[in-house]
Design a protein around this ligand. Structure first.
Ligand code: ATP
Ligand code: MG
Length: 309
């Protein structure tokens, strides 16, 4: 099977920052792989190394068996990428910009025109096709970049936070396009929208401080969580802490308990008896992310503590 493999990849920037620390990953190079992680976790650094735009300090990586360092030129022919800070050429229209890019990649003018039209239509941005990019909004410019990589025949597409800055409707449209696109391309995606990763990705990786913390399908990630039951208490109905599990005080004043099935039964019965409003939901990627990375909100693990619910 065709794979993407990173083997003990480290990246030390000149500033002394160690952005990747023996990062190891092995995933099938098909469908969508989503890498999620907090700001500064190392996502862009990894994407740039895999897309042959940045050298690694040590370790090795290859996609479809093609080494990112030793065989970068060959890999570049089958890669297209939208960098996190990528921008369009402001004095070109989207149509000119995409067509020029395609011709630069080796397509004839005729083929480039056909591909540009198809891609503009697919992303529903034809009406901006002839507007100078300097006059376009930030979100439309990002769409133009995605449109550009879609128009290529690259087998591997890197999208570093493609939906940042898009409104909810445009984001949904982009998701539809990516679902279509993943049938014939391998898409390596980074995102801060965990719902996006959950809905689109065939496999998800969680990176924190330059290291891979978890990897799997959504179901596999759920199975890794010791406490798969998720109770949200909608009013201030907590009088004692849970006996077993993770207790999270949300920033909105709500409480969340992640716990075992047995404990969830006991807690929910207690809440019903006391007339406290609560909801019990399947774990979302947000919950899993917080559980694994444990930083965005206050998390206390009350396991084996004396106080019982
Ligand atoms: N060119 C650079 N020189 C020095 N340090 C850098 C450079 N680029 C990134 N870093 C540092 O490396 C670490 C990882 O950065 P990176 O951009 O890979 O994170 P990220 O996961 O993409 O974050 P974000 O979600 O904010 O885009 C950060 O601490 C960052 O400050
Ligand atoms: Mg980044």
């Amino acid at each position: 099977m065709e794979m993407l493999i990173a083997n003990k990849v480290t990246k030390n920037y000149k500033t002394g920052k160690n952005a990747l620390k023996s990062f190891t990953l092995s995933v099938p190079a098909k469908g969508i792989f989503a890498l999620i992680g907090r700001n500064g976790a190392g996502k862009t650094t990894l994407v740039r190394i895999l897309a042959t735009q940045l050298s690694l300090t040590s370790g090795s990586a290859n996609i479809f068996g093609i080494d990112v360092t030793k065989d970068a030129a060959r890999l570049r022919d089958i890669i297209a990428s939208v960098p996190q800070d990528g921008n369009v050429v402001r004095w070109l229209t989207p149509r000119q910009f995409i067509t020029s890019y395609l011709m630069w990649r080796g397509f004839t003018r005729k083929e480039a025109n056909i591909r540009t039209e198809k891609s503009l239509k697919e992303l529903k941005i034809e009406k901006y096709a002839d507007v100078l990019s300097v006059h376009l909004s930030g979100g439309i410019r990002r769409k133009v970049l995605v449109c550009m990589v879609m128009a290529t025949d690259a087998k591997i597409i890197f999208l570093d936070e493609p939906s940042t800055g898009l409104d909810p409707i445009s984001r949904e449209e982009l998701w539809k396009v990516l679902i279509k696109l993943k049938k014939n391309h391998f898409i390596f995606l980074t995102t801060h929208y965990l719902e996006e990763a959950e809905r689109l990705a065939d496999k998800i990786g969680i990176i924190e401080d330059g290291k891979l913390m978890a990897l799997g399908t959504m179901d596999e990630l759920v199975k890794k969580i010791k406490y798969p039951y998720n109770i949200k208490i909608l009013s201030d109905g907590i009088d004692r802490k849970p006996k077993l599990g993770v207790f999270i005080k949300g920033i909105d004043g709500h409480y969340q308990i992640m716990t075992t099935e047995k404990e969830a039964k006991r807690i929910s019965k207690n809440l019903i008896d006391r007339g406290v409003k609560f909801s019990m939901n399947p774990l979302t990627l947000d919950d899993i992310f917080y559980y694994i990375v444990k930083k965005p909100i206050e998390v206390d693990n009350y396991e084996n503590k004396e106080e019982h619910y």
